[in-house]
Design a protein around this ligand. Structure first.
Ligand code: PPS
Length: 205
């Protein structure tokens, strides 16, 4: 079966779903959204994402968290921290997020996602307005002083190569939908900022 167009899925037919996105919004009582947390290692992405997730869950929302460390043990267990593998990591997470959003959920992703172009790629992949970038803006010296996994220490000692912020790039977001500074406020305050944004923009009631 020769694929002339070079599109590997050209023989695959897309199935039309019988439950519409609108029916899912009615059933769930909220719109789907991808809360895309980005920030350095140790910035607090997972902590804030999980605090927001708990608040939303307690409000009755249908939610799920995709977390860097967990996904890298499973789906993306074959990927390293080279630039190319980070691009592939984010591409796969973007596709998974799209499925979760299509299911009507509020999905939180907590990945460093260091490259602007990849975050833009995920934004473009999702329906208009679904991608909400949450910048966990914690200065590297604060992340390094926290060093919860001892990785900065190892990176400084040259035991880990390509460590974000040390010998691998982090492109800070230019105009994130939500800007969170964990060094300046409590986790509750940071999480409330995200929930308030969702209320203000009509994602949740
Ligand atoms: S990325 O850049 O988005 O593909 O990274 P991500 O999938 O979020 O994985 C980041 C977590 O992996 C650990 N780790 C590293 N981070 C950065 N650079 C290097 N070289 C590295 N090696 C291992 C680290 O625990 C990150 O977790 P967080 O939660 O961000 O601290």
């Amino acid at each position: 079966n020769v694929d002339v167009a070079g599109d590997k899925s050209s023989d695959v037919v897309w199935h039309q779903a019988s439950v519409t996105p609108e029916q899912r919004v009615d059933a769930n009582g909220h719109k789907p959204v991808v809360l895309w947390y980005t920030g350095l290692s140790g910035s607090g992405k997972s902590t804030v994402a999980n605090a927001v997730d708990k608040m939303l869950f307690d409000l009755g929302c249908k939610t799920y968290v995709l977390d860097g460390d967990n996904v890298r043990h499973g789906l993306n267990g074959d990927l390293s921290f080279t630039d190319n593998d980070r691009v592939e990591n984010i591409r796969r997470i973007g596709e998974v997020s799209k499925l979760f959003a299509d299911a009507g959920l509020i999905v939180s992703t907590a990945f460093i996602s260091p490259f602007l172009a990849d975050r833009q790629m995920v934004r473009d992949l999702l329906p208009e307005g679904v991608f909400v970038e949450v910048f966990i803006d914690t200065p590297i010296d604060v992340c390094e002083s926290r060093d919860p996994k001892g990785l900065y220490k190892k990176a400084r000692a040259g035991e880990i190569k390509n460590f974000t912020g040390i010998d691998s790039t982090y492109d800070a977001p230019v105009s994130p939908e939500v800007h969170v500074q964990t060094a300046l406020g409590s986790i509750e305050h940071c999480a409330s900022q995200v929930v308030e944004y969702l209320i203000e923009k009509g994602f949740i009631a």
